[in-house]
Write a new protein. Structure first.
Length: 498
């Protein structure tokens, strides 16, 4: 029996023979191959190729609500394949380095998302609390019947949608770096991308219309959550293109010091997605989400001091987003959908130090400040980016002590901390994690210059309670789910490099 405390054991279940009686969990098969090639053409000229292929097939069955009732059980049955071929020509001359090439990529994938519910208990959940809700949540047909007006709610109703995407993308790119002086280098790069996309969608009630949906809509709507196309596959195609670039200036005032400044334009291609459902719950066509662009500005410096015993790095950046693409859980379909969140801004500072404290002891420390917010004209005006803490820091030590000519003992404690994060772009205060820190430790021995090692390790030594996700599909029906972070874990590891 579960509780509403996210740090207690959850009451997870599937029911109704969902997906042929499949157990909760994830089954996934992935196959991939990458081939690299380089040909020396002429002095200073080379031709390089990257050929890759990848396929995957996965089925995840999960309890989609945060209650012990048979409200929602869902699955994601995804499969796809990806192939790419890149060819580039490289030039490495005196004072000039450059490359140019083409990349062709193909992707084809589908996602089937079935959703099951006990309509009697789902109806009761919608009643809130009280005697009527209790009658529905019991699922007892004799008790529920007087409230239904002749509508027999189904003990198990299933509906699903299947979406698919096929993309052919071609990129033409080039980049050149020029040593203006021995200390000063300028780099410029340009990329033109074109994508041909086809999106498909089909939605249906698997085991007949939802009696609950018919009851609530006066007989007009046949599905509770899925945009219904009657199982007929709909499709839309379009072609998109865009240009991205980068400009970098690097200056080396001393042998062990480097400073730089950069400006770059990035993009995330347009998305063809289901537009919405109409008033009777049927598929209402596709919509195009415009490309997201980001202009990034960065300055930074790196320096090695104290005869190589101290390494310092620091940078400051400013990102300006337009047509920020993100996902929300649709309150009608209950599934994630893409939305255009408008304009957003992110700026911050990153600092890092690495020190050789003694001949056998090294240490490091990092700090990052990142203020990512949606602009005033955004649908999420002023909100903090999801999963984006304003502050993060880490400290660590690495002690390596020789005990013989071929054996070294090591001890590596690390500490990490980050400030509050939200799990949704709307910054719902229910779905956040306050600042927390984790302490980890690894200790052991390594042999033959590190080729062999044996160690014990412990993660989250202090057994900190924290969340890594919250809200999700269940939040759309008032029963959010929460995923806690890893508990304290202790293990032993043997490794070898040959």
């Amino acid at each position: 029996q579960g509780t509403v405390d996210p740090f207690e054991h959850a009451s997870l279940n599937t029911f109704g023979g969902f997906e042929g009686g499949a157990n909760l969990g994830l089954e996934r098969e992935v196959f991939g191959v990458t081939l690299l090639g380089t040909i020396d053409m002429w002095p200073q000229w080379t031709l390089s190729t990257i050929t890759s292929g990848r396929s995957f097939n996965s089925l995840e069955v999960f309890d989609a609500d945060g209650s012990a009732f048979n409200l929602l059980v869902a699955a994601e049955d995804a499969k796809g394949e990806e192939y790419s071929q890149e060819v580039r020509v490289n030039y490495d001359g005196e004072g000039i380095k450059a490359f140019a090439g083409i990349n062709v990529a193909y992707e084809d994938g589908t996602q089937r998302a079935p959703l099951g519910t006990d309509e009697r208990q789902f109806a009761g959940w919608g009643q809130g609390t009280g005697p009527i809700a209790g009658v529905f949540l019991s699922g007892n047909p004799a008790d529920v019947a007087p409230f239904l007006g002749g509508f027999p709610f189904k003990p198990f109703h299933v509906e699903e949608f299947i979406n698919g995407g096929e993309t052919i993308a071609i990129d033409f790119f080039g980049d050149v770096s020029v040593n203006v002086t021995p200390e000063f280098t300028l780099t410029a790069g340009l990329r033109y991308s074109i994508e041909d996309k086809t999106t498909t969608y089909a939605g249906r009630a698997v085991n007949g219309p939802s009696n609950l949906a018919l009851f609530l809509s006066g007989g007009l709507v046949q599905t509770l959550a899925v945009a219904n196309s009657g199982g007929v596959t709909q499709s839309a195609s379009d072609t998109f293109d865009g240009v991205t670039w980068r400009l970098i200036a690097e200056y080396q005032p001393a042998k062990d010091t480097n400073v730089y400044a950069s400006y770059a334009r990035g993009r995330r291609p347009d998305v063809i997605d289901v537009a919405d459902v109409n008033s009777v719950g049927t598929f209402a066509g596709f919509a195009v989400l415009p490309e997201e662009t980001v202009d990034s500005f960065e300055v930074g410096a790196k320096s090695v001091l104290a005869n190589g015993r101290l390494n310092l790095e620091g940078s400051a950046y400013y990102y300006s987003y337009d047509n920020f693409q993100t996902t929300i859980n649709d309150p009608i379909t209950l599934f994630p959908v893409f939305v255009n969140a408008g304009q957003a801004t992110s700026y911050g500072v990153e600092l890092q130090a690495r020190a050789r404290i003694t001949d056998w002891l090294n240490g490091f420390g990092t700090y990052a400040w990142n203020r990512g917010r949606f602009n005033d004209d955004s649908v999420f005006s002023g909100n903090q980016f999801r999963l984006s803490p304003d502050h993060a820091a880490s400290l660590g030590l690495d002690a390596l002590v020789p005990v013989s000519d071929s054996v070294e003992m090591f001890l590596r404690p690390t500490w990490t901390w980050k400030s509050k994060v939200f799990f949704e772009e709307d910054n719902d205060p229910r779905f956040q994690q306050g600042g927390f820190s984790l302490l980890n430790l690894r200790a052991g021995a390594q042999f033959q210059d590190g080729r062999l090692s044996a160690s014990v390790y412990a993660t989250n030594i202090l057994d900190e309670e924290y969340l890594i996700d919250a809200g999700n599909t269940g939040a759309t029906v008032g029963s959010p789910t929460f995923i806690r972070g890893n508990l304290r874990f202790v293990g032993v590891e043997l490794s070898g490099r040959f």
